[in-house]
Write a protein that binds this ligand. Sequence first.
Ligand SMILES: [Zn+2]
Length: 337
Amino acid sequence: MVDTVQSVTGPLLPDQLGVTLPHEHVFINMTRTTPQDGYLNVWSDTEPELRRFTAAGGSTLIDMTNGELSDYAAPVGWSDDLRVMQQNPDTGSRSIANVLATKAMAEATGVQVILGTGHYYDTYLDKRWFDRNSTNKIAEYLVADLLDEIPGTGVRAGIIGEIASDLSHITAVEERSFRAAARAGRETGAMISTHAASFPTGLAQLEIMVEEGVDPARVVIGHSDTVKSVDYSLELLRRGAFVQFDCLMTCRIGGELIMHQIDRRLSYLKTMIDKGYQDQILLSQDVCQRSHLRALGGPGYTFLFEEFRTLAGQAGIEPELLDRIHTVNPRRAIFGE
Ligand SMILES: [Zn+2]
């Protein structure tokens, strides 16, 4: 168990978390795979979206922008210094600009932002950097981000994530990233949160980390709702991990509710709840592209507290249970309670 978790504005006690979004992004650059839409770097777009979150009762957001996704992920004009704007070339840590801009945004809006540290999936990874650094060395850099500071920022990460694999299999370099994350998790007690999209690779991710000695209860398998099988999620739950349904950005596009996306998720959630796994479920929207902003018709940071809440109620998922999923479950995941 950990006593406090670090946010960009200081340590938080379990009681201070409140309503928490466990997988979102404030500033992010995923233009390598989504050149048109995958860039959140406009201060005046993001600030009102976060204010809307606090107005809806939200307190805390885990910002899963990892080292690779932080490259130039700061407001335009933040700095013209390459060393400030780019992912740290030595430690692989988040860019200084991304961390300081996120901190400034947290201060401006009052949202408590917890930062993740770690590495994204194969397409984004610098293979030469991974070749040059041993798995233990990579783990050491993650531990330093968590316990010392994200270099050059005076700010510490609070959790490990998002650690990613994005195919039907885990690639060699991704496996090293997962082993490093697992070792850093064991050393610090930090929660480990993953990206496992489309394919049921969350099971292989969990296997690697358990093999490294991580308690499955400290692992959150992210994007589990993208796998079109409830049996996959049930298996993860049986093995003791948290299952995170966080791709709710596919549920509201251009101002329209995408009912087949919503209905499938609600049906899976109902099954998981009926089988008694309500304490291991996490929900988030994963705002990571411009079209995900509320102002552009996406879910924003508030879909869960607005349309989704109503539709979940109609599907037999009570508001009291959703409140627990938004407050108690993130607290259990983050603190290992
Ligand atoms: Zn994400």
